[in-house]
Design a protein around this ligand. Structure first.
Ligand code: GDP
Length: 362
């Protein structure tokens, strides 16, 4: 799927860069172009992408802090400039646009949904979001911002692929190392998905193509990506169990949104040397995915790649009914209530006692 990436905010710019770099390293050519948009000049400087600094009249290049309402206002005010930069990049070759952002911050959180709405007005190709949800241990403001941003993004985007910052956590990593590793893992999963059918090496029997990715994402709502790989034997017969086990692993432990397995639609692409991919293994894994997701709309096929390993790349779409998504929304609602209460208490300290749980003494 020929894609233009727009990273909004700090996380957005870094993840768009990781995706563009993965695509270039693999020689796929699925990422047509990538742009980073931010209110903070210092976050744009290190990125090897074309950049647009917005909101200079409001925040003078210093960012919006965690104020996602300001992030949204600034994007609205400068949308013309961002669309102007994108107009020469989103050519007729582009089959989709991905707006990438951390949903818990300020610029990406507020700016991404506004930009998606503006892009929807101009372009006929699907406009997807690739969003990062804060981990459980991130503060209340991140949870509230992400809850509000996700609600709006889901309304505006054709589909929203989510990465939970709790996914794939390795112990002992610093936060920055952790982010870089997460970004690379996400870039690999999404990068392979964008390249499926785009940059196949060799002839497969039943090759997944871009339209199958787009049709799967037509389920809309929240989507998640999964990945697992393993060394493969030369004889495809010997690889049947390998494909079944990498498919299970990609869903059970490799998902960008852990446990979000109840889906409206799904896609399985089995990547590897075309002579090593076991047809029966792909079909069995596809049927396993039907059972696991409860969806009758599960596509499956090959992604021929010059490799002695086999990988299962899974896309689940319409996973918002999953407990995982509901738990996040509950966390965001609670954080919003607590923040409201704190705010009321600040404005009127006696308001902290306005509740039924605490009875007066006399
Ligand atoms: P913005 O620049 O105002 O849009 O704010 P950020 O992009 O820094 O958004 C903050 C949220 O994104 C928090 O939940 C962070 O944990 C997360 N975040 C920041 N940088 C990264 C990154 O490089 N990778 C990932 N996965 N998350 C990040």
């Amino acid at each position: 799927m020929k894609t233009v990436l727009v990273g909004v905010g700090q996380a957005g710019g870094k993840i768009a860069t990781a995706l563009a770099e993965f695509d270039a390293e693999m020689g796929f050519g699925a990422v047509v172009d990538a742009v980073a948009v931010n209110t903070a000049a210092a976050d744009l400087d290190p990125l090897p992408l074309e950049t647009v600094l917005i909101g200079q009249d409001r925040v003078s290049g210093h960012g919006v802090g965690g104020d996602n309402e300001l992030g949204a206002e600034v994007m609205q005010a400068d949308a013309g400039e961002v669309l102007g930069t994108l107009s020469s990049l989103i050519t007729s070759e582009a089959e989709a646009v991905f707006v990438v952002a951390g949903l818990g911050g300020g610029t990406g959180s507020g700016g991404a949904p506004v930009l998606i709405r503006e892009l929807q007005r101009v372009y006929d190709v699907p406009i997807y979001a690739l969003g990062v949800l804060p981990g459980r241990d991130e503060g209340a403001l991140y949870q509230v911002n992400a809850g509000r941003s996700l609600k709006t993004t889901l309304r505006e985007a054709d589909a929203t692929i989510l990465l939970a910052n709790d996914a794939w956590r390795a112990s002992g990593e610093s936060v920055t190392e952790g982010y870089d590793a997460l970004n690379r893992k996400l870039a690999k999963r999404v990068g392979l998905l964008l390249a499926a059918g785009e940059a196949t090496q060799g002839v497969g029997e039943s090759v997944v193509d871009a339209s199958e990715v787009i049709n799967t994402l037509r389920a809309g709502g929240v989507a998640a990506v999964g990945y697992a790989d393993a060394p493969a034997a030369e004889d495809p017969e010997e690889n049947l169990n390998i494909v079944i086990s990498t498919t299970r692993k990609s869903v059970m432990t490799g998902l960008s949104l852990p446990e979000a397995t109840t889906a409206d639609a799904a896609l399985l692409a089995v990547a590897g040397g075309p002579d090593r991919i076991p047809r029966k293994g792909v079909e069995k894994s596809r049927r396993w995915l039907e059972d696991e997701t409860g969806s009758m709309e599960v596509r499956g096929g090959d992604f021929p790649l010059d490799s002695d390993r086999l990988a299962s790349i899974v896309l689940l779409a319409g996973v918002e009914r999953s407990d995982r998504v509901q738990r996040f929304l509950e966390r965001a609602r609670q954080a919003a209530e607590e923040t409201d209460e704190e705010e009321r208490a600040r404005e009127d300290p006696s308001a902290a006692f306005d509740n039924d749980e605490l009875d007066g003494l006399l």
